[in-house]
Ligand binder design. Sequence first.
Ligand code: ATP
Length: 194
Amino acid sequence: MLKLGITGGIGSGKTTVCRLFELLGISVYYADEESKKLLDEDKEVKDKVVSVFGNSILNDAKFIDRKKLAVIVFNNKEELEKLNAILHPAVGQHFENWLKNQNSPYILKEAAILFESGAYKQVDKVLTVVAPLELKIQRTMKRDGLSKVEVERRIQLQLSDEEKVKRSDFAITNNEQELLIPQVLAIHRQLVDK
Ligand code: ATP
């Protein structure tokens, strides 16, 4: 089964595009969402994270406080690398197990940092969703209640759109002018005709 990785910067519209593929019957693995779940539910992952970042990242209910963790890792690249070294192998394994239960013509794996994490090696083709910087900032500020500076800092930790597109097989432009559905359909047709 062909595995299509889908990536794009924060607020580019990856999830929005994935929902359109889902309407066409395509299964989507949301790696970022799954990694959040693993932090909550996988004891091994949680224990490793606490051993690296300390008990102060736990909330009163003894769950990992993702906001506290985000403040640490999005302000320091080395701390982010430490977190990723725990999360990426765990998500990779979870994805392999998920794959065994899928039977759509091809599947999508959504990840904001597909290239940066090395997860691109687990997929056959890559699609990047591209959006103008200003739109990405505005969408993310609105959705996550973050300041402009915080969003810009997170964007700086990711590869540029230009670099992502260079390394991709497909690109979709989500600039609120070009329609998304025809772009999704064109890629879907190419993949199911194969
Ligand atoms: P992240 O990596 O931050 O999770 P994402 O790339 O998955 O982001 P989405 O969650 O799909 O991005 O989109 C970010 C926000 O922008 C959402 O609130 C979404 O509803 C909105 N949005 C995305 N695309 C469009 C569009 N074409 N028109 C209007 N709103 C949009």
